[in-house]
Design a protein around this ligand. Structure first.
Ligand SMILES: Nc1ncnc2c1ncn2[C@@H]1O[C@H](COP(=O)(O)OP(=O)(O)OP(=O)(O)O)[C@@H](O)[C@H]1O
Ligand SMILES: [Mg+2]
Length: 233
């Protein structure tokens, strides 16, 4: 088995005045390709920070992240952007759609960056899968929170990621839409072998993944295999 994500002694601190605020403290774990994995913990415990470091969106203060064998902390900003576009899908807690682009155009961006052809057709198919074909020409301000979350999901899927990082992917959705989104995410894992790394407050969702890491105050307090996996061993 090969490790698609290796996090070693990861620490992130911010300087505020003459105080150092450590938001992640010496975090280590390994994720195998094709695994499904959840990160849970209270608000402010460092989950979004950890996800951002794992995906190469941010730099650590110390420690290393290896993504698909590439050590992210050794790369420049541009090189990290290339690795992200090649391997990573990311669903942000606050969506981060481009405000000047329509739903369809937002989904097209990662594919255009890769220089692909026929991207509008595929982007529309993806929007259709999240139930938003009829909203393709809407701008983010014309979409509800849950709809923006689903556009963000379609965008994350658009480059067939090896690894999908999803920060509260069902946080803004009603039960029915949330079930649909969950189904889509796990389908991606099964059909394309995409590794899933979810941050969630929904313990039922976490229990559907193979492993749960709980963080508190920036440190890992438990790392357990879920029932779903134990039954297979
Ligand atoms: N740029 C920054 N400068 C200073 N402190 C920061 C910065 N970004 C995040 N923090 C702090 O780091 C801590 C962890 O934030 P993070 O967003 O990772 O939490 P979280 O676990 O995702 O919380 P939530 O469940 O509310 O989304 C918080 O206390 C936050 O205030
Ligand atoms: Mg967060």
């Amino acid at each position: 088995m090969s490790s698609i994500l290796r996090v070693q002694n990861l620490t992130k601190s911010y300087q505020s005045g003459n105080r150092t605020l450590t938001v992640l403290d010496n975090v280590s774990f390994d994720v195998q390709a094709g695994d499904t994995f959840s990160i849970v913990g209270p608000s402010g415990s460092g989950k979004t920070t950890l996800l951002g470091l794992c995906a190469g969106l941010d730099r650590s203060s110390s420690g290393s992240v290896f993504l698909n064998g590439v050590q992210l902390d050794k790369l420049s900003e541009d090189e990290r952007a290339r690795v992200r576009n090649q391997y990573v899908g990311f669903i942000f807690q606050n969506f981060q759609l481009m405000p000047t682009l329509t739903a369809l155009e937002n989904v097209m961006v990662p594919m255009e960056l890769r220089g692909e052809k026929g991207v509008a057709k595929r982007a529309l198919e993806l929007l259709d899968r999240v139930g938003l074909a009829s909203r393709q020409h809407h701008y983010p301000t014309q979409l509800s929170g849950g709809e923006q979350q689903r556009v963000s999901l379609a965008r994350a899927f658009s480059n067939k990621p090896r690894i999908l990082f999803a920060d509260e992917p069902t946080g803004n959705l009603d039960t029915e839409t949330s079930d649909k989104v969950e189904k889509l995410i796990f389908e991606l894992n099964r059909e394309q072998g995409t590794t899933l790394i979810l941050v969630t407050h929904d313990l039922d969702l976490a229990a559907k993944t193979g492993r749960i890491i709980r963080i508190k105050g920036g440190s890992v307090v438990s790392d357990t295999l879920t029932e779903a996996v134990r039954q297979q061993i």
